[in-house]
Unconditional design. Structure first.
Length: 406
């Protein structure tokens, strides 16, 4: 018999928004709606897809929201603060004692509003930690470690973690930085990795692929997705420059965000013949695009461990492609690469190492690595993840504090 409490999901990003966060939150909300009343507070206006509306699906309540571009930091910060305030007020209207509210770390002000509203209304709260702030901003060089803003955010985090009933991490490396906060206890942490949205299976390289037809090189190195503050576009471009005299290797770049704009700026100045850009690829073409490259790069800045996990990683494995990951070896994706033999891990900031890894990959027989990639992607299963989320929320509905149960 299910508990009578309802579940509220608070997320700025939700369909019809096309982002990965929106897709993840929609999947979780729809799974939780099996056997529970679920209300979604969404900051993404527009009509829902038919598969996510109707009987047995979450009830979506729109929260007025105006998203500024990622490069417009001041306007973005103001709009995110306003969205968090509006969500706080919406939660005060929706929440009842015994309910559970689930949120995510985007925007970074939202978890504070959720934890405060849940505590005020006698509800329970859980946070899915995709990124850890202010650590992300320190890593990107936007904040100094000892600055007043950084210390204020860390103090606020301590209060928030104390109020939260559960923190769901998507990487094993997140536990160490989380436990540096006085308000966090190990028995509040639940590890639920993300999953591949594509069906794992080998995809052979097609010479007639529309993404390859204009490229004469035999070996294509791909980069795809959002390049935000945690990513290093310069190392990718510098590796391309180091490999510009090797005609068999070509870089195919597609994405968005401030890092992608930086890549376009660098290419406009240098005009490397071994670099091509593709407009943002829609979901319907994603599988074909990922299968068009021989190797994929995920370029992080230094100190990424425990701060951010690349959600795109699992789809690269699902299509059977090796990866070169620029990050510390203790980061979640790096651990997965090394443990399963899926590619190369490169020291952040070392374009020479990245170029050498690409050169090595271009000369390797990657058949066995492709098989291991598909096998590994199969472990990161959507159903397993959804059941794990449901188990955490069910426990919160039954018990006032997960940390008291262990």
């Amino acid at each position: 018999m299910q508990s009578g409490g309802k579940i509220v999901v608070a997320s700025q990003h939700y369909p019809p928004d096309p982002s990965t966060t929106a897709a993840i939150m929609a999947e979780i909300a729809c799974r939780l709606a099996v056997g529970h009343e679920v209300v979604v507070l969404s900051g993404s206006p527009g009509a829902l897809p038919a598969s996510q509306s109707g009987p047995g699906k979450p009830r979506v309540v729109a929260v007025k929201n105006r998203m500024a571009g990622k490069a417009a930091l001041v306007r973005r910060g103001a709009s995110e603060l306003l969205f968090a305030a509006r969500t706080f007020l919406a939660l005060l209207r929706e929440l009842r004692r015994g309910d559970v509210v689930l949120t995510v770390t985007a925007p970074f002000m939202l978890p504070y509003a959720v934890a405060a509203a849940a505590r005020f209304k006698g509800a329970r709260s859980a946070l899915i930690m995709h990124d850890l702030f202010p650590e992300v901003l320190v890593m990107a060089g936007l904040l100094k470690p000892g600055s007043l803003v950084t210390q204020t955010m860390r103090f606020a985090n301590g209060l928030m973690f104390r109020a939260l009933n559960a923190v769901i991490t998507i990487g094993r490396d997140a536990e160490r930085p989380l436990l540096s906060y006085s308000g966090m206890r190990r028995n509040k942490i639940r590890f639920i990795p993300n999953w591949a949205t594509l069906v794992p299976g080998p995809r052979p390289l097609a010479t007639d692929s529309p993404f390859r037809k204009a490229i004469s090189a035999r070996f294509i190195v791909g980069l795809s997705g959002n390049l935000g503050f945690t990513h290093d576009p310069d190392i990718v471009f510098e590796a391309a420059r180091l490999l510009k005299d090797e005609p068999d290797i070509h870089f195919l770049l597609s994405g968005w965000g401030i890092g992608f704009a930086r890549l376009q700026q660098l290419q406009a100045a240098a005009n490397l013949s071994n670099v091509s850009f593709v407009a943002r690829v829609e979901d319907a073409e994603l599988e074909a695009f990922l299968a068009a490259a021989n190797l994929w790069i995920i370029p992080y800045r230094k100190d990424v461990a425990g701060v951010s996990v690349p959600s795109r990683f699992y789809n690269l494995l699902a299509v059977g492609r090796p990866v070169v990951l620029v990050s510390e070896p203790e980061a979640e994706a790096a651990l997965t690469v090394v443990e399963n033999g899926l590619g190369w891990v490169v020291t952040p900031g070392r374009a020479d190492q990245l170029a050498e890894a690409i050169r090595t990959a271009s000369r390797a027989d990657d058949g066995a690595m492709a098989e291991r990639a598909v096998k590994t992607a199969s472990k990161f299963d959507r159903t397993v993840a959804m059941n794990a989320y449901a188990a955490v929320i069910d426990e919160l509905l039954r018990n006032p504090d997960l940390s008291e149960q262990r």
